[in-house]
Design a protein around this ligand. Structure first.
Ligand code: ADP
Ligand code: MG
Length: 704
C-alpha cells in the first residue's frame, strides 16, 4: 500500500481547482503518462518539466522601456478606444500611463466587455508582456498578464514555460502547477545528508518547488542543483527497484535444469543452417546458467535478424529434456503466431508439443489449452501477455523466454517470474534493441548478458538511400519496376506523435495511393485492426500474394519475411535512430540485395541530417545506439517513447551517466547494510519508491 502521505499527489488532476473533464482531456494530451495510467494525476503534472522561462522582472517604467523586450509595469488606465463599428480589423485600444510615460494596450478581436472589466478607467493595473514601438508611441499587443494590485502575487515574474497542447494555455497550466506544488507534503529525507551537502542539493520539497517556481532564470536547467537532485532521486529509485528484483531473484532457490541433449540434437539436425559462433556461445552460457542451482536471469541481446529465435528454441529444449515446461512470450499476437509457425514444425520433428495462447484463444479452445498445460501435455507454450493471467497454470514451468522485452513493463516481467510452480523458473530476456552499456544498467540493472554479434552468414548489407519527399513519385515509379520483377516491399507510414487517428489516416491514404499505382497487390496493416485481419494480411504478404505492405509502425518488432527486399520509411526524420534500425532490419534477411529508402521532408535540421546520414553509413546496431545517445543526450534515447521502453521523467540530464553510477553504488550499499529497509533512511526510501511508482519492487521486498 502506498503511504497515505503521498495520497494528495496520486489523486486525479481533477482534484485541482478548475480542472473538469474538458481540461483533464487537454492535460492528458500535454502531459506524459506512465504505461497503464489513463488519467493525469497531480504527480504527472509535477513531472511535466518546464523547457524555459520568461523573465518579467524588468520594471523600467514606461520612459525607459526597451522595445522588443518583455517587461512589467504598474499603470493607471486613462481611456478606452473601441474600433469604429463595422471595421472588424481595427484593434481595441486602451491607453495607460505611469509617472514617466504612456503606453497603448492593443487588443485584436477583443470582446469589449472583457477588456472593460479587466481595465476599468481610473484603476491601477500591473501589466506584463512584450513592449513595442509603433511610430512614436509605446504599445503592448495582448499583454500576457493584467492584474489588479491585490493580485500582484499571481503575476509570475519568472514564468516557467511548459510543453502545451492546442487549447491548453501556459497561463492555465501555470495555475495548476502552483496548486500541484502546494500539495507536495513534507517528506522525511531519503538521501544521505552528507551527499546532499556535498552537492549543494535542496530537500525534495524545495527541489520540486524550485522546478516549477524558479527564483532565477538559470534555474530552469537540468544542471541546476534542484533539478539534479530530482534526477538523482529518480535514478536512485530505479536502481533500488532493480536491486530489489535481483535480491528477490537470488533469495529464491533455483533448481538445476540439465537436459540429456537428445532433443537439442534433433533440433540442430532439423535446422536448415549451422549456428553462428555467437549463437553457440550464448547457448553454452544459457546451458550453464540453467544447470546452476541458482535462478537464471539473463539478457540475450542480438540485432534484428541475428537469430535469437533459434537460441530461444534450443534453450527451451533443455527444459523439455529435463521433463519440465518452457514458455515463450512475444509482445504482439502477430509475433507470437510467427514464433509458433517457425518453431512448431521443428519442434514437432523432435517430438516437442507446442501450443499458442493469446488473447484470441477463448472459451473452449482456451479451456482445453489450459487443461493440457496443467496436465503437462504441452511442452512449450508460446503467447502474448495472455500468459500472465492468473488462471494460466503450468504443470512445471522451468524456463521462460521473454522476447523483445522492451515492450513489457517491469510489472509483467515480475508476474511471469512468479509463475514457476515454486517460483524458480529461469528467465531469458531477449531484446533486439542494441542498448548501450550505460542504459542497459539503467533499465535492467546488472543482468548477465549474452550478445549475438554477427549476422548469419550469406547476408548482404542493405543499401540505404536518403530521398526527399519531393521525389516521392520517382520512388513509387521505382517500386513499380521492382514489384514487376518480383520484389516485395514494406512501406512504413509516418509516426504522428500522440495521434493514432491521423497516423491511421496517413496509412490508409498511402495504401489507396499505392493501390492505384500498383494494382490490388498492396496490403494495409495498422494497430487498430482486429487480430485476425492482421494475421491474414501478414500471411498474404509472407506468401507473396501481397507484394507491398503499407503499415503504421506495427511491423517494427520481429516480423520475418525473407523475400521482402525493399523498405520505404516515410518521414524518416521523425523516427528514432534505433527504431529506423529495427525497421531496416526487416529487409536484408535473404540472399538478394536489399534496399532501404528513407524519405524525409526537407529542410532537415543539422541533427536530423546527421542522424539519417548515420543510418546510411552503418548497419551496426550498437554503433547506431551509441550515436543516438550522443546526439540526443541524456536518457531520451532509442526512440524510447515509440518503443515503449521505460522513460525517465526527470533524469534526462546531461550528466546522467555519472549520476547513474553514483545511484547504483548508493543502491547497492543501502541494500547491503539495510536489506529490509528498516533503518530510518530505509523507511524514507519507501516513500521514494512509491513516488516514482516502483510499487512492484516494494511489494517484492515485503514478500521477502
Ligand atoms: P531475430 O534475432 O531478429 O529474432 P530471427 O531469429 O528471426 O532473428 O532470425 C532471422 C532469420 O535468420 C530467420 O530466418 C532464421 O531462420 C535465420 N537464421 C537464424 N540463425 C541462422 C544461422 N545460424 N544461419 C543462417 N540463418 C539463420
Ligand atoms: Mg525475433
Amino acid at each position: 500500500m502506498r503511504p497515505s502521505v503521498l495520497t494528495p499527489l496520486f489523486a486525479s488532476a481533477q482534484a485541482l481547482t478548475g480542472v473538469g473533464p474538458r481540461l483533464l482531456a487537454l492535460l492528458k494530451k500535454a502531459v506524459r503518462l506512465p504505461p497503464g495510467i489513463s488519467e493525469p494525476r497531480v504527480v504527472d503534472l509535477l513531472w511535466h518539466v518546464p523547457t524555459g522561462v520568461i523573465d518579467r522582472r524588468s520594471e523600467p517604467g514606461l520612459a525607459l522601456a526597451v522595445p522588443g523586450t518583455i517587461a512589467t509595469f504598474a499603470v493607471r488606465v486613462l481611456k478606452h478606444k473601441a474600433p469604429p463599428p463595422g471595421v472588424a480589423k481595427a484593434p481595441y485600444k486602451v491607453t495607460c500611463e505611469d509617472e514617466t510615460g504612456r503606453i497603448d494596450l492593443i487588443f485584436f478581436h477583443a470582446e469589449r466587455r472583457f477588456v472593460e472589466r479587466q481595465l476599468p478607467v481610473g484603476s491601477t493595473r500591473y501589466i506584463s508582456g512584450r513592449v513595442e514601438r509603433y511610430g512614436d508611441t509605446l504599445q503592448m499587443v495582448h499583454p500576457d498578464y493584467i492584474v489588479p494590485p491585490e493580485a500582484r502575487a499571481d503575476l509570475p515574474m519568472l514564468e516557467p514555460v511548459y510543453p502545451l497542447t492546442a487549447g491548453l494555455s501556459g497561463k492555465i497550466l501555470l495555475k495548476l502547477m502552483r496548486q500541484a506544488v502546494e500539495r507536495v507534503p513534507e517528506l522525511p529525507e531519503w538521501q544521505e545528508p552528507r551527499w546532499l551537502k556535498a552537492r549543494g542539493w535542496p530537500s525534495f520539497g524545495e527541489a520540486i518547488r524550485r522546478l516549477h517556481v524558479p527564483q532565477e532564470p538559470d534555474e530552469v536547467s537540468p544542471a541546476a542543483p534542484h533539478w539534479q537532485r530530482l534526477a538523482y532521486d529518480e535514478l536512485l529509485a530505479g536502481q533500488i527497484a532493480l536491486a530489489l528484483v535481483r535480491q528477490s531473484f537470488k533469495a529464491q532457490r533455483g533448481r538445476p535444469i540439465v537436459g540429456d541433449g537428445r532433443i537439442r540434437k534433433q533440433l540442430l539436425a532439423a535446422l536448415p543452417f549451422a549456428l553462428t559462433p555467437s549463437q553457440s556461445k550464448a547457448l553454452r552460457e544459457i546451458e550453464a546458467d540453467m544447470a546452476a542451482p541458482t535462478r537464471m536471469l539473463r539478457l540475450l541481446q542480438g540485432d534484428v535478424g541475428s537469430g535469437k529465435t533459434a537460441v530461444a528454441l534450443i534453450s527451451m529444449a533443455i527444459a523439455v529434456e529435463a521433463g519440465a515446461q518452457a514458455a515463450l512470450m512475444a509482445p504482439t499476437e502477430v509475433l507470437a503466431r510467427q514464433h509458433v509457425e517457425t518453431i512448431g514444425p521443428l519442434a514437432e520433428k523432435a517430438g516437442v508439443r507446442v501450443a499458442l495462447l493469446t488473447g484470441r484463444e477463448k472459451g473452449k479452445t482456451r479451456a482445453e489449452i489450459l487443461e493440457r498445460l496443467a496436465r503437462g501435455d504441452i511442452d512449450i507454450l508460446v503467447g502474448t501477455h495472455a500468459l500472465f493471467q492468473p488462471d494460466v497454470v503450468f504443470k512445471d514451468l522451468a524456463f521462460a523466454v521473454i522476447d523483445e522485452q522492451h515492450r513489457f513493463g517491469v510489472h509483467q516481467r515480475l508476474a511471469l517470474q512468479t509463475k514457476g510452480g515454486n517460483g524458480s523458473a529461469d528467465v531469458l530476456v531477449m531484446t533486439a534493441t542494441p542498448i548501450p552499456r550505460t542504459l542497459l544498467m539503467t533499465h535492467y540493472g546488472d543482468l548477465d548478458v549474452s550478445r549475438l554479434t554477427e549476422k548469419p552468414a550469406g547476408r548482404k548489407p542493405v543499401i540505404t538511400t536518403l530521398v526527399s519527399t519531393e521525389r516521392l513519385e520517382e520512388v513509387v515509379d521505382g517500386l513499380r519496376r521492382a514489384v514487376s520483377e518480383g520484389a516485395q516491399v514494406y512501406w512504413v507510414c509516418p509516426l504522428i506523435e500522440g495521434n493514432g487517428a491521423s497516423e491511421l489516416a496517413a496509412a490508409q491514404e498511402r495504401h489507396a495511393h499505392l493501390t492505384q499505382v500498383l494494382g490490388p497487390v498492396v496490403g494495409l496493416l495498422h494497430g487498430a485492426m482486429p487480430g485476425r485481419v492482421k494475421d491474414a494480411t501478414m500471411a498474404a504478404f509472407a506468401e507473396g500474394k501481397l507484394r507491398v505492405l503499407v503499415s503504421t509502425t506495427v511491423i517494427e518488432v520481429g516480423v520475418n519475411v525473407p523475400n521482402a527486399t525493399i523498405m520505404v520509411i516515410e518521414h524518416a526524420e521523425r523516427f528514432g535512430l534505433a527504431q529506423l534500425h529495427q525497421l531496416r532490419g526487416r529487409v536484408g534477411r535473404g540472399q538478394r540485395q536489399s534496399y532501404c529508402v528513407l524519405l524525409y521532408k526537407p529542410p532537415l535540421g543539422e541533427t536530423a541530417q546527421e542522424r539519417l546520414k548515420m543510418m546510411r553509413e552503418t548497419e551496426d546496431g550498437f554503433l547506431i545506439a551509441e550515436k543516438d545517445l550522443e546526439l540526443r543526450g541524456g536518457g531520451e534515447v532509442l526512440g524510447a517513447r515509440q518503443s515503449g521502453m521505460p522513460e525517465f521523467r526527470i533524469a534526462n540530464v546531461p550528466n546522467f551517466e555519472e549520476l547513474l553510477a553514483a545511484a547504483r553504488d548508493d543502491a547497492r550499499l543501502l541494500l547491503h547494510t539495510d536489506p529490509h529497509l528498516t533503518s530510518t533512511r530505509g523507511a524514507a526510501i519507501r516513500n521514494l519508491l512509491y513516488l516514482f511508482e516502483c510499487d512492484d519492487a516494494v511489494r517484492l521486498f515485503r514478500a521477502a
